[in-house]
Write a protein that binds this ligand. Structure first.
Ligand SMILES: [Zn+2]
Length: 688
């Protein structure tokens, strides 16, 4: 690979050369589209050679020559693939999309060649079965366990016949997921609410109306207004439209999607997906699909998930009933002669919100210039962990908006590199995320540091104003930096286990906990300053922010929990049986006591997280992580100092530094001294 003496050095593929840059960051300025495909192919070749060397090693399988060797393999592959996919998400182009398409079958074959290699699995199994006589440290034991389980869980230990069955099931499942998503898309796009009379628009904000007029024009209905089943259309419509019948119409259209008995109905697909998932889990020796999924998560068992959901459900539904009663009172006072229905909730909640806590988002924005928020994020991190961020304009970047920082330890030594890419552009995916170009690990005795990146879509500077972001965006910044710290503080040996390689229901703890500082009154007073006057955010605004953060939480929590329960009901089925989807859902919701005025955030036929995304038996994870982050932050609060150095150091070394080298609950206990408690979350949501 090293070709420093190659006379054609200028023709070299920079992805395949040693990176001659500070800290070995990618030479973004040298990489061209035509470099990717040959680099991928070469990198796969190299990894195949590495795997061959493991398999054909004449020595008996050992932790070092098999488990560690496998984990260290694919270094070049990861380097190339991280660069390609990170840039594809943050700064894509037609060329990259084309390459990505070409890569799909090639990469899937490459990965299967490794995960289905029977000799490789034999060696892994040999090491695993002899593990008690090996003298492994904690991290090694965990890597061994994870490697073995990964192969077994994908069917490596099954008989040839069962392997064939499983492949068939997997093929069917991926087809069905795709079909579920396609049907939902059709059903979402096939409906429009066409409004012809201007008086039907009463209550709607100007921006929404003009958007609806544009949509109508595009649909060949100039002079009318079109609303759709996309969230940015139906949610504000439901929130502001004064015409109750129209609210009912669009809401029913939304929640009967793919449940209308037409060609795009998802009910049979759901039934088949659940049957196949149950069958698959049982083929691998698990009681249910949820048992299969949760074994790898912090939650471990369906019982643990259901217990947690129930602890939150009882107070949430109680508060939701109170909220409903408050709205009914308003309806009665207005002389409305009807009972609050699910399509009325958004509308009356908004009326009550405006009455009680009207918060002007635009006014708030003036206290959140991106520059001040950045300084606030760095200040919080510095106060907690002593580290600093030094801007490095000499590092290559993939777009002029990207800023590179060197992260330094308290003693000034190098910790890692962190990119930040804040503004939206057409070439960037929506949302915000944290990723890395290189994970921390130790190779040949040398520490390899993290090269991380956060990518966001924050409001840009406009006119003569600097970038003024919303409070939500400020919280997102704190959140993503929490993920970034998980990578930067990693102190692991093996790349496969370092940084944020932790279960999904644990990975949001490091990120979400940071939001607690971002929204803390004292911290806000320090960083949220008016962009013109520099005056700190006034108490009156802070009061409103606090009050509105708890508003309507009975509803928000209840509709979320109902969907989480529904997910668990489907995936704890333990026998392959016929399912009448509507009856099943109704019974499930009845058994937890959901009230008529609220429906689950996702009903079965459009619950794509669990039927076409990767969240089956996992929709609970969002609130599980929130229980953790609120309880963990409480460890600081309880000392009377949210910057308590002992607690910060314990969080850093017991959780952030450990990557996935310990069971999440063990890490948590090491940090907190006790299991997480739901009370801090209930308090934060005003449900206590
Ligand atoms: Zn996150």
């Amino acid at each position: 690979m090293l070709t420093s003496c190659n006379p054609n050095q200028k023709e070299m593929n920079p992805l395949l050369a040693e990176f001659d840059t500070p800290f070995g960051v990618p030479p973004f300025d040298l990489i061209k589209y035509e470099h990717y495909m040959p680099a991928f192919k070469k990198a796969m070749e190299v990894q195949n050679e590495e795997i061959d060397a493991i398999v054909s090693n004449p020595e008996a399988a050992s932790f070092e020559n098999t488990i560690a060797a496998l984990d260290y393999s694919g270094d070049l592959y990861n380097k190339v693939s991280n660069i390609f996919y990170n840039i594809k998400s943050a700064n894509t182009s037609d060329e990259m999309q084309e390459i990505a398409k070409e890569l799909v079958p090639i990469i899937s074959e490459h990965k299967s060649n490794i995960s289905l290699n029977p000799q490789l699995f034999e060696r892994i199994k040999t090491v695993y079965l002899g593990r008690d006589s090996l003298d492994l440290d904690q991290e090694q034991a965990m890597l061994l366990e994870k490697t073995y389980k990964r192969f077994v869980r994908s069917g490596a230990d099954l008989s040839e016949e069962d392997k064939a069955n499983m492949r068939k099931i997997d093929e069917q499942l991926s087809m069905l997921s795709l079909q579920f998503g396609d049907n939902l898309l059709e059903e979402t796009n096939n409906y429009i609410l066409l409004i012809e009379n201007e008086e039907d628009l009463e209550g709607l904000p100007e921006g929404l109306i003009s958007g609806a007029a544009e949509a109508a024009e595009e649909a060949g209905q100039a002079g009318k207004w079109v609303f759709t089943l996309q969230k940015p259309s139906w949610i504000p419509f439901l929130t502001y439209c004064e015409n109750r019948e129209l609210r009912e119409e669009i809401y029913k259209a939304m929640y009967t999607r793919a449940n209308r008995g037409n060609e795009f109905d998802n009910k049979d697909i759901i039934e088949l997906i659940i049957k196949l998932r149950t069958e698959r889990a049982q083929l691998l020796g698990y009681k249910s699909h949820a048992d299969y999924v949760l074994e790898e998560r912090m939650a471990k068992t369906p019982e643990n998930v259901n217990n947690l959901l129930m602890k939150l459900w009882v107070p949430a539904i109680r508060i939701a009933r109170e909220e409903a009663a408050m709205m009914q009172k308003m309806i009665d006072a207005e002389g409305g002669d009807f009972k609050l229905a699910s399509w009325d909730w958004w509308y009356y909640a908004e009326k009550i919100r405006q009455e009680k806590y009207a918060l002007d988002d635009e006014e708030l924005r003036e206290y959140f210039s991106l520059e001040d928020v950045t300084a606030g994020v760095f200040m919080v991190i510095n106060k907690l962990y002593g580290i600093t961020f030094e801007r490095r304009d000499d590092l290559p970047v993939y777009h002029e908006d990207v800023i590179a920082y060197e992260v330094k330890n308290a003693d000034g030594s190098h910790l890692g590199v962190q990119y930040m890419d804040f503004y939206p552009r057409a070439s960037k995916k929506s949302g915000a995320w944290s990723t890395s170009y290189r994970r921390q690990h130790v190779r040949d005795g040398e520490n390899v540091s993290t090269i991380g990146s956060i990518v966001c879509n924050f409001s840009k500077p406009s006119g003569d104003k600097p970038a003024l972001i919303s409070f939500d965006e400020a919280e997102t910044f704190f959140h993503e930096m929490g993920h970034a710290l998980h990578g930067q503080f990693s102190e692991c040996t093996y790349p496969g286990i370092s940084g944020s390689s932790v279960p999904r229901d644990f990975v949001e703890l490091p990120s979400q906990i940071m939001e607690n500082w971002g929204e803390n009154r004292g911290v806000l007073k320090e960083y949220a300053k008016h962009y013109k006057t520099g005056e700190a955010i006034p108490d009156e605004l802070l009061d409103k922010m606090e009050a509105s953060s708890k508003f309507n939480m009975g509803f928000t929590t209840t509709e979320y929990l109902a969907a989480s329960f529904l997910d668990m009901f489907y995936h704890t089925i333990t026998s392959v049986k016929d399912i009448d989807v509507n009856a099943f859902e109704a019974e499930a919701m009845n058994s937890i006591g959901l009230i008529d005025e609220i429906i689950p955030r996702y009903k079965s036929t459009y619950f794509s997280h669990i039927f076409s995304g990767g969240y089956s038996a996992g929709y609970y994870s969002y609130i599980w992580s929130e229980v953790l982050d609120k309880d963990a932050f409480n460890a600081f609060v309880e000392t009377g100092d949210i910057f308590n150095q002992d607690v910060a150091s314990s969080f850093r070394y017991n959780i952030l530094a450990k990557g996935g080298s310990l069971e999440p609950m063990e890490m948590y206990l090491n940090f907190r001294g006790k299991e997480p408690d739901v009370n801090a979350l209930l308090k934060a949501r005003g449900l206590n």
